[in-house]
Design a protein around this ligand. Structure first.
Ligand code: GLC
Ligand code: CA
Length: 529
């Protein structure tokens, strides 16, 4: 049977705002991405996923869309997008865009019409009457926003509340309504006709709401609007539109989906899923919890073995940098290489986040005023203990992932000729893509080897049986293929380790190997059957 292209592919995620400034106004843009396609290709990936570039007031950097069919002025034009797609395709890179379908911006015309009850838009968003408690009007229920505080916002115009599970200017779309469905289908068709190869589907776990709108359990009210049965129903309908356009879909599945739900999503709904359980494998003191790691690696592989498909990633634009989560005293660089290789050689599709491949680090935020992200700002605003909130955000803010991509040791890290609108990490002279390319032991050059190796053993990865192993900080798996057995083994402990299997051919290691795995060494090798 022919394998779909995306099962053997790997991808590269681009946060457009901070990736590369093509016209020197301090903001990343489509032209900048085009300039860097050769670099992206050189990593060994097969597709790019570009974060939203649509017209938007940028409350949430473009995840609040004002017009899906227009490029935001600061990012370029439709002509730039078409040129980018053409160039990417000629290099053999497919192009995946970000489809934000759970909500729009409140400045979108659809919402304005809905707020004014103009047909056929009246019910395109989730509108509810308030509840009267002791004569005072209050929210319809206790649902809380992912960005903190209530998930409802009152509209004096319509005299009703609208649901907004992210920020107050991001109203949720109501998929019980056919108009909503048709409008989003039009967007998919538009980009399908342009030759776009697929979508990463944003916040898709939340498109179904508990239609009884019951109160949720305190601290977990999001479960009332996450992975609800109706989400599957809507997705099955949408999938027909994606497939008509020959598009691949990558669904972002927050809100704690269980194994059964993930499997269901990958049957006639989405091609592959991003789930986030692995983000919890780091302990307080930047230690790696190997039993949690084993569990998460197993979970992703099992999904593939059962006929579903996972995406394999350590990072995206919503999480702090991977290397900064790994013990700073030790050899964090090789720590990252171990974690990445363990992840990227599973059944699933690896997706690398821009800057990850050169080991970009967290930014040293010094004051609550430094945060640019709406999520951080809302958390601070709603926090009772502001100091504690700041201490948490210093570690966890999404802003860490959004500092400019470090290209060279030139001023502004080669991102732009002018002062960027977002932060430049001061370590750019040491950490940048140009330098990483020249160092044969860099993360970048290890990633190149790992992705190439993945291609060479893709039959074993896709069709083989995985057997996992973990003992005293040494963790890995055997892939038992039709003709070959492959061992992937990483030493996350501080002692040397001698593997028990008899190695017949070494395929990859991040360090020189002589019968022993040094701390933070990983090997991939053929072993006796
Ligand atoms: C997703 C995006 C995140 C965004 C949110 C709302 O989780 O990854 O960046 O803020 O959806 O669109
Ligand atoms: Ca620009």
């Amino acid at each position: 049977m022919d394998r779909e292209w995306w099962r053997s592919a790997s991808g590269y995620q681009i946060y457009i705002r901070s990736f590369k400034d093509g016209n020197n106004d301090g903001i990343g843009d489509l032209k900048g991405i085009r300039q860097k396609l050769n670099y992206i290709k050189s990593i060994g990936v097969d597709f790019i996923w570009i974060c939203p570039f649509y017209d938007s007031p940028m409350e949430d950097n473009g995840y609040d869309v004002r017009d899906y069919l227009k490029v935001a002025q600061e990012y370029g034009s439709m002509t730039d997008l078409k040129k980018l797609i053409l160039d990417a395709h000629s290099l053999g890179l497919k192009v995946v865009l970000d489809l934000v379908l759970n909500h729009t911006s409140s400045t979108h015309n659809w919402f304005k019409k809905s707020e004014n009850r103009i047909p056929p838009y009246e019910d395109m968003y989730v509108w509810k009457d308030g509840k009267e408690i002791n004569g005072v009007l209050s929210e319809p229920n206790n649902w809380q926003s992912f960005f903190s505080g209530t998930a409802w916002k009152y509209s004096p115009k319509r005299k009703q509340y609208y649901l907004r599970i992210f920020s107050a200017t991001m109203p949720d779309i109501n998929y019980e309504n056919d108009v909503a469905f048709e409008k989003i289908a039009e967007v998919v068709d538009f980009y399908g006709n342009m030759g776009v190869d697929g979508f990463r589907v944003d916040a898709v776990a939340h498109i179904g709401k508990d239609l009884k709108f019951k109160d949720g359990k305190k601290g977990k009210t999001y479960l009332r609007f996450s992975n609800q049965p109706n989400a599957h129903k809507y997705l099955q309908k949408l999938n027909a539109v994606f497939k008509k356009n020959n598009m691949v879909t990558i669904g972002e599945l927050g809100g704690d989906p269980d194994d059964k739900a993930l499997l269901k999503y990958t049957h006639n709904e989405l091609d592959m899923v991003c789930s986030f359980e692995h983000m919890g494998v780091f302990g307080d003191k930047h230690t790696i919890n190997t039993s949690a790691l084993l569990k998460t690696l197993k979970r992703k592989e099992k999904l593939g073995a059962k006929g579903g498909w996972a995406t394999l990633f350590w990072l995206n634009h919503d999480y702090p940098r991977l290397i900064s989560k790994i013990d700073g005293e030790g050899d964090a660089k090789n720590g990252q290489i171990c974690l990445s290789a363990l992840m990227y050689l599973l059944k699933g599709t690896p997706i690398i986040y821009n800057g990850e491949e050169i080991g970009m680090q967290n930014y040293p935020f010094a004051s609550p005023k430094d945060f640019l992200d709406v999520n951080a700002r809302m958390v601070l605003e709603n926090a009772e203990d502001k100091e504690k909130a700041f201490a948490n955000l210093k570690e966890s803010t999404r802003d860490h992932a959004r500092t400019v991509m470090q290209w060279t040791d030139e001023k502004y890290a080669g991102f732009s000729n002018v002062k960027p609108l977002t932060y430049v990490n001061k370590n750019y002279k040491k950490i940048n893509a140009e330098k990483a390319s020249l160092d044969k032991n860099s993360i970048l050059n290890n990633y190149r080897k790992i992705l190439e190796l993945r291609k060479n053993i893709i039959d074993e990865i896709c069709d083989g049986k995985y057997k996992f192993y973990s003992q005293k900080g040494v963790i890995g798996y055997k892939i038992c293929g039709k003709h070959t057995n492959i061992l992937v083994l990483a030493n996350l402990s501080s002692n040397n380790y001698t593997p028990k299997s008899s190695i017949t051919q070494m395929l990859y290691s991040n360090m020189k190997y002589s019968n022993n795995l040094a701390p933070y060494q990983i090997i991939v090798a053929k072993i006796n059957k």
